[in-house]
Design a protein around this ligand. Structure first.
Ligand SMILES: NC(=O)C1=CN([C@@H]2O[C@H](COP(=O)(O)OP(=O)(O)OC[C@H]3O[C@@H](n4cnc5c(N)ncnc54)[C@H](OP(=O)(O)O)[C@@H]3O)[C@@H](O)[C@H]2O)C=CC1
Ligand SMILES: O=C(O)[C@@H]1CCC=N1
Length: 266
């Protein structure tokens, strides 16, 4: 597959995390990555690794085969519309990781027929452990394979219908924050029952990692694994049932639907 140059427009939390993950993967070399933002101070670490940091979006777009947009949703139209004539549908593809901006809107911004991709990764992309959902339109077969391969290097990728992209944002991208709150609460509980914070942090995080690995490696439903832990009349079921009486699953489900409605209804 041919080497491609990437421009990441909007080098904030997610844009920088993508650059870090790509660098770690070696899929694209540092000299083929340009990342833009207005204040370049936060990009010093990436620059030291050979990534080109720019304030000039036009120059970055012109130099790239793949333009990854990681701007805030309310900035996308305003920033990219200035460069409409710079997009070249014959050699470039526009990849958006922006929440709630449709492929129709991306095509309006970049010009009809532009190869466009929506990708929804999460911040674990920085360490090649993202869950990334993607969909695309107008891409050549080679572009479709390349972009899937890029995200495969950065974690696990699934192709989904565009209509599920908002749901993917909540479950996969917001999901990092939900999971971390679970871990934080576990740490707080762990301290109450005797651990120092560092040990509680390690035990809680490694336990969540192990629980996730059991599901992923065995392709199992959580309840199958829960059944193995819950000794009759034991401490696990007693604690779990108390958590459910206090609204544990219900609060998660409600939070997920509130996040979803925030994207869909504003
Ligand atoms: N954070 C996450 O976990 C996830 C975020 N997303 C989506 O990714 C997008 C980015 O989110 P996030 O990284 O958190 O946001 P950030 O605010 O951290 O990043 C956006 C960056 O855009 C830069 N920027 C603003 N204006 C311009 C401009 N004119 N040209 C170039 N760069 C500009 C800003 O830097 P400066 O002010 O220096 O220009 C800022 O660092 C959002 O659309 C979000 O919905 C998707 C999945 C997960
Ligand atoms: O909170 C947000 O709006 C973005 C989208 C997914 C993660 N962060």
């Amino acid at each position: 597959m041919s080497a491609k140059k990437i421009a990441i427009i909007g080098g904030g939390n997610l844009g920088s995390a993508i650059a870090q993950g790509v660098l770690k993967s070696g899929f694209v070399s540092a000299s083929d990555i340009i990342i833009t933002k207005r204040n370049l101070a936060t990009l010093a670490g990436l620059q030291q690794q050979g990534v080109q940091a720019e304030t000039d979006n036009a120059r970055a777009i012109a130099a790239a085969d793949v333009i990854i947009v990681a701007l805030k949703p309310y900035n996308v139209k305003e920033v990219l519309s200035q460069f409409k004539s710079a997009f070249d549908p014959t050699r470039q593809m526009l990849v958006s990781v922006v929440t709630g901006v449709s492929m129709d809107e991306l095509e309006q911004i970049a010009g009809k027929g532009m190869p466009v991709v929506r990708a929804m990764p999460n911040t674990a992309i920085a360490i090649q452990e993202s869950m990334t959902c993607i969909c695309h339109r107008n891409t050549t077969a080679e572009q479709a394979v390349w972009i899937k391969e890029l995200f495969d290097q950065l974690g696990v990728t699934v192709s989904i219908d565009e209509k599920l992209m908002d749901a993917a944002t909540v479950l996969g991208a917001c999901g990092i924050a939900y999971a971390l709150r679970f871990i934080r609460a576990s740490i707080q509980g762990g301290i109450e029952i005797g651990f120092d914070v560092q040990t509680a942090n390690l035990i809680a995080a490694q336990t969540v990692k192990g629980a996730a690995a059991l599901l992923i490696s065995g392709n199992r439903h959580p309840e199958e694994e829960i059944d193995k832990v819950t000794t009759p009349k034991g401490c696990t079921i007693a604690g779990l049932n108390e958590m459910e009486h206090q609204g544990f699953s219900s609060s998660l489900i409600k939070g997920i639907t509130v996040s979803y409605n925030k994207i869909v209804k504003g």
